[in-house]
Design a protein around this ligand. Sequence first.
Ligand SMILES: Cc1cc2nc3c(=O)[nH]c(=O)nc-3n(C[C@H](O)[C@H](O)[C@H](O)COP(=O)(O)OP(=O)(O)OC[C@H]3O[C@@H](n4cnc5c(N)ncnc54)[C@H](O)[C@@H]3O)c2cc1C
Length: 381
Amino acid sequence: MYNANWLTPDHQAFAESSNRFFEAELLPSMVRWRQNGQVDREFWRSAGAIGLLGASAPVEFGGSGCPRSFDAVTLYQQNKFGDTSWGFSVHNFVMHYVAQYGTAEQRARWLPGLISGEIIPAIAMTEPGTGSDLKAIRTTATKCEKGYLVNGSKTFISNGQLADLVCLVARTEHTGSAREISLIMVETADAEGFRRGRNLEKIGLHGQDTSELFFDEVIVPADNLLGGKPGHGFRQLMEQLAWERLSVGIMALGACDYAIDTTLDHVQDRRAFDKRLFDFQNVRFKLAEAKTKLEVTRAFIDQCIEKIDAGGLDPSTAAMAKWWSSQTQCEIVDECLQLFGGYGYMTEYPISQLFIDARVQKIYGGSNEIMKELIARSMER
Ligand SMILES: Cc1cc2nc3c(=O)[nH]c(=O)nc-3n(C[C@H](O)[C@H](O)[C@H](O)COP(=O)(O)OP(=O)(O)OC[C@H]3O[C@@H](n4cnc5c(N)ncnc54)[C@H](O)[C@@H]3O)c2cc1C
C-alpha cells in the first residue's frame, strides 16, 4: 500500500493482511478465472473469512464497522496485483445499499451472508435500451397479491452469472417519473421466471462474468423492496454514486502503479543499441510523465477518500475523480505498453491485460461524457 495522510496504523495492518491474502489466494487464481470467465465461489468465502467483504459493514451483522477508506485499500490492492476479475466493487456497492437503506429485517436477512461471502450480489441498472439515461429504464415491478410481479431485461451486469442477490432497478409505478423507480432485491435461487443469459464476451475483464439477466413474470415478495417504501430508488442510487465513481479512481491508481512497476522492470532489463531501454531519453521522459500524471491523480483521489470518510464527497467532485483517473489510466497504460515493444502486445505480458482492462473504466460507472455533463451542470450560474 502507498503512503497517504488518511492511512492510519489500522489501515496499514489491514493492508498487510489483505496483501498476504491476495498473494496466497488471488495471484494463483487469476489465470484460471480468466480462462473460466468467472471467479470461484470459494474465493468469495475466503475473502469473507478474512474480513475483506465486511470491513465497512455494521458490526452487529459481522462487519468491522470501519470507514470506506478500508474498502479503498482493498480496491487499490486488488488492482495493484493486476486483478480485474473479482467483482469486489459491485459487492461493496450492494452491501452499502442494504446497510444504508434496508429495513432492520432486510439488514438481518442479507448482511451476514454478504459479509461472509455466502451471498454474491449484483446491481442491475442497465438495460438493452438504456444505460446512461437511467430514468428511461423499462423493467417493471407491478404490485400484485404476492408482492411484485417483475418483467424486463438487464444487460452488462457484473457478477451476473454468479449472483445470488440482484439489486434490481425497476419501475414500481408507470407514470414516467424518477420517483417511481425502486430497488427490488431479487433472490435468484427462488425466483421462478428469472433467467441468466450469456456470459458476455468482452475485449477485456475476461475473468469477470458480465451477463444479460431476464425477468419474466417473476414474483418477488413485497418484503424485498429495499427500504420498504416504493419510489426511493433513484435517490438511493444517486446518494451512493459518489462512492461508486471514486471506486473507479481508486482502481485506476492500483492499475497504474502496477503498470509503471512492471514497465520499469522491463526497460531496465531489456537492451537495444548496447544500452538498457531505460537509458534512452525518450523512455526516461515517458516514464517520468507517467509517474507525474499518476502522482497528481493520486493526490486528488486521496483528497476524495478523505472526503468520503468525512461524509462530504459531492457528486461533481466524484465525477471529476472518475473521468480524470480513468482517462489518465488509459493514457499511462498505453504509454507503458509502447515501451514493451512487441512484447506489450502479447497476452502473456501483464501490460497487455492492463491495457485491455483499462478501457472500460471510461465507460462503466457512468460514462466519462456523463461525468463531464454533471461537472458542467454544477458550474452553471
Ligand atoms: C464490463 C461492463 C460491466 C458493467 N457492469 C454493470 C453492472 O454491474 N450493472 C449495471 O447496471 N451496468 C453495468 N454496466 C453498464 C454501464 O454502466 C453502461 O454501459 C454505461 O452506463 C453506458 O451506458 P450504455 O452502454 O447504454 O451507453 P449509452 O448510454 O448508449 O451511451 C453511448 C455513448 O453516448 C454517450 N452519451 C449518452 N448520453 C450522453 C449525454 N447526455 N451527453 C453526452 N454523451 C452522452 C455516452 O457517453 C457513450 O459514449 C457495465 C458495462 C460494462 C461494459
